[in-house]
Design a protein around this ligand. Structure first.
Ligand code: AKG
Ligand code: FE2
Length: 370
């Protein structure tokens, strides 16, 4: 069995807890691993709502006619449907796009609470549920931002939180439903040896599809919901190895839901001079010919996940955050000089540059039209 990622499990659900201590644990995990399990006790996001969100994903990916989804094809605003192979998260190494389908919901309008994008008629009755789930994730991400602010002694302590408030402006925040179909049947044996095929798979450049290519996330924080038994997510350790991230780490087996996996995105890493770590990860097909499988999980069947990509208000200027620890880290690691030289980006500019690299077709087509 595989050696699994050693990611801390943190419980932020008790109001009576020592917030400074929880904040410290969260920040240390964000620095060391870039990934943190948040125990899901159902207080922030009720267990039945997580179940309902996965039911909605099944309806969208399994029962909705493809024409309805096509009419909502993803746009430059990053909202809508992304068909199989449409997105390529690791364009340098992938020959084909990701073996997945996804649907992105942008933030509801702060004034009307409506989604501002086309929605397939088959799931139109679920719009109030989607906006509510979006808002529940928003509140959890605000709590995490507040704890990060406390843990990093940022001044004022609500610096991160106020940069993320919906009422302070529009952001690139997305709630994304993901569907990964079952593993394709292995290609018929060719004349080449099995060993060399395996070698090609090892470096991610094999013919066999990768579910989500190696990447780091773009925003500040990502909240990831997964289903028990469905393997596939791996992170890259500091020494370059790929290790699986179990859905239910020890101590969470009896919780109402698997923990919510939180990871730091590139924007927050950039904003903190690289102190908080944006860790590279991918989704693969563990199991066949690869021993990176977690006990009790399977990697060949279909897989669902739900990601909430949290972004600050688009106009936020990404100057290093006001924290002594961030400043010192930047100085010690030569980041400060670089940051003086670097063009000061806004959160929207930062996101745009990343989207262009992974939606090759969308931006190629637009280039031709220009
Ligand atoms: O499906 C997963 O487990 C992870 C997906 C992911 O990393 C992403 O969409 O950015
Ligand atoms: Fe990701």
């Amino acid at each position: 069995m595989a050696t699994v990622a050693k990611i801390p499990v943190i419980d932020i659900s008790h109001d009576s807890q020592d917030q400074a201590q929880v904040a410290k644990e969260l920040v240390e995990a964000a620095i060391e691993h870039g990934f943190i399990y948040i125990k899901n006790t159902g207080k922030d996001i009720p267990a039945e709502d997580v179940d309902a969100a996965f039911e909605l994903a099944k309806k969208l990916f399994k029962e909705t006619p493809v024409e309805e989804k096509q009419a909502c094809t993803i746009q430059k605003n990053n909202r809508g449907w992304s068909a199989m192979h449409y997105e390529t998260l690791d364009p340098k190494n992938q020959r084909v796009g990701d073996f997945k389908e996804a649907f992105n919901f942008g933030e509801p309008s702060p004034t009307t609470n409506q989604l501002q994008q086309p929605i397939p008629p088959s799931i139109a009755s679920s719009v109030p549920f989607i906006t509510n789930f979006h808002t529940q994730c928003h509140h959890l991400s605000l709590r995490l931002n507040t704890l990060l602010g406390i843990g990093l002694s940022v001044t004022p302590p609500d610096f991160f939180t106020s940069a993320h408030l919906r009422e302070n402006g529009a952001s690139g925040t997305i709630l994304r439903l993901l569907y990964y179909p079952p593993a394709p049947a292995p290609a018929p044996a060719q004349t080449s040896s099995i060993a060399s095929d395996e070698e090609k798979e090892e470096d991610g450049k094999g013919d066999r599809d990768v579910r989500a290519g190696a990447h780091s996330d773009y925003g500040s924080l990502t909240l990831l919901f997964r289903l028990k038994g469905q393997a596939g997510l791996e992170i890259q350790t500091r020494t370059g190895e790929w290790v699986p991230v179990p859905v239910c780490p020890p101590g969470t087996e009896n919780d109402p839901q698997p923990p919510i996996l939180v990871n730091i995105g590139d924007l927050l890493s950039y904003w903190t001079n690289g102190l908080l770590r944006s860790t590279v990860h991918r989704v693969v097909f563990p199991g066949a010919g690869n021993n990176n499988a977690v006990e009790g999980e399977s990697g060949q069947g279909e897989r669902y996940s739900i990601a909430y990509f949290c972004h600050p208000v688009g106009t936020t200027k990404l100057e290093p955050v006001p924290s002594e620890r961030v400043r010192k880290f930047g100085e010690e690691n030569g980041q400060v000089k670089k940051s003086e030289a670097r063009k000061m980006l806004t959160a929207d500019e930062h996101l745009m540059s990343r989207l262009q690299a992974s939606y090759l077709k969308l931006y190629e087509e637009e280039k031709k039209e220009e």
